[in-house]
Design a protein around this ligand. Structure first.
Ligand code: COA
Length: 332
């Protein structure tokens, strides 16, 4: 049986602080009703002073290792767009705090598709025989990137982390990543940008703050079409029919995107796992947090055929397909 990267552990963690729609409506020209009906979001978790992305990553990573029953791994990949600092990468600090010794650890930046890029990279290391196990973490503190006065972005994003352990196994096992596809198109870079804070701004003497800006409507349309295409590609590659898919655990950006996606795929709304009401859009943490929500609520069960499409800034997009394994998870 061919070698495969097998999902063997899952962890999630969100910081305790919450920001409700009501609180936002007291500070911005918006309302609970607008945010709920246009996005599906009810609240988001926000880091408190002194906390940062590494803290979230360590909590989720520890839970994933415990879920897998693994004391160590060969690599740690941290998907994040909100590293603690521009330099050094946050991954090594997370590995050290998890007691993983001097294993290779690095950051990976693909924004809302970051977790899929992490899965693909971890899978490639396993398939190449360079690793027997990999911890893939998606962790974000997007609350540090939003302009507190921007009603277009602040209601959408939240903080959190999710992680999985991949181990070497066989392609017919539950949990085996049966297919992973990732894509990018830099011609769509202007859809979602953080103009301030990068080398381009510094070189130009531009000292605008590092705030995220999004062209919401165009991003919405691109998200639905690319997530649909990559889901079809991934399901085809595994040899499934779309009707075989039990759960779509998609990037949690907007409930209308998730419902539109399953409709385009000819699947019932109930196939979509929806978690954004409680956490908002957590970028690279979004899919592992939604997987964890699915398992802890019983909506995602052993034997389900799962596809995980995502779309994000870059533009980047991707999807993975697997049969859900019997993983024990701790509360997030
Ligand atoms: N509260 C109240 N009104 C708001 C608002 C808010 N928080 N944000 C925007 N509006 C207003 C706009 O100003 C606009 O008003 P106008 O018609 O007077 O100009 C109106 O609501 C519609 O704005 P629009 O941006 O077209 O809304 P929308 O229905 O597209 O919803 C998003 C906006 C951001 C929720 C939606 O476009 C979206 O989810 N986009 C995709 C996000 C995504 O996929 N990200 C993935 C990668 S991170």
């Amino acid at each position: 049986m061919p070698r495969a990267a097998v999902l063997s552990g899952l962890g999630a963690w969100v910081p305790p602080g919450t920001l409700t729609n009501e609180k936002l409506a007291a500070e911005l020209d918006t309302s609970d009703e607008w945010i709920r009906t246009r996005t599906g979001i009810g609240r988001r978790h926000i880091i408190s002073a002194g906390m940062c992305t590494s803290d979230l990553a360590v909590e989720a990573g520890r839970r994933a290792l415990e879920s897998a029953g693994a004391a160590t791994v060969d690599y740690l990949l941290l998907a994040t767009t909100t590293p603690d600092r521009l330099c050094p990468a946050t991954g090594p600090e997370v590995a050290t705090r998890l007691g993983l010794g001097t294993i290779p650890a690095f950051d990976l930046s693909a924004v809302c598709s970051g977790f899929l890029y992490g899965l693909q990279t971890g899978r490639a290391l396993v398939l190449a025989g360079l690793a027997e196990s990999v911890l893939v973490v998606g962790a974000e503190s997007f609350s540090t990137l939003v302009d507190p006065e921007d009603r277009n972005t602040r209601p959408i994003f939240g903080d959190g982390a999710g992680a999985v352990v991949l181990r070497a196994g066989h392609s017919d096992e539950p949990g085996a990543l049966r297919a992973v596809n990732v894509h990018s198109d830099g011609s769509l870079a202007e859809l979602i940008t953080v103009a301030g804070g990068g080398a381009r701004a510094r070189a130009a003497g531009d000292d605008r703050p590092a705030h995220i800006r999004m062209r919401g409507r165009s991003t919405f349309m691109a998200a639905v079409s690319h997530m649909e295409a990559v889901t079809r590609q991934t399901v085809d590659e595994v040899g499934w029919q779309l009707a075989d898919v039990d759960r779509v655990v998609g990037h949690q950006a907007n409930v209308r995107i998730l419902h539109s996606l399953v409709k385009h795929l000819g699947l019932p709304e109930s196939a979509a796992i929806v978690h954004l009401h409680a956490v908002g859009n957590t970028a690279a943490a979004s899919i592992p947090l939604a997987l964890h929500h699915g398992v802890t609520t019983g909506r995602l069960g052993v034997g389900h055929r799962v596809v995980t499409p995502a779309f994000g800034a870059g533009a980047t997009w991707g999807a993975a397909a697997l049969v859900w394994p019997d993983v024990k998870v701790l509360p997030g």
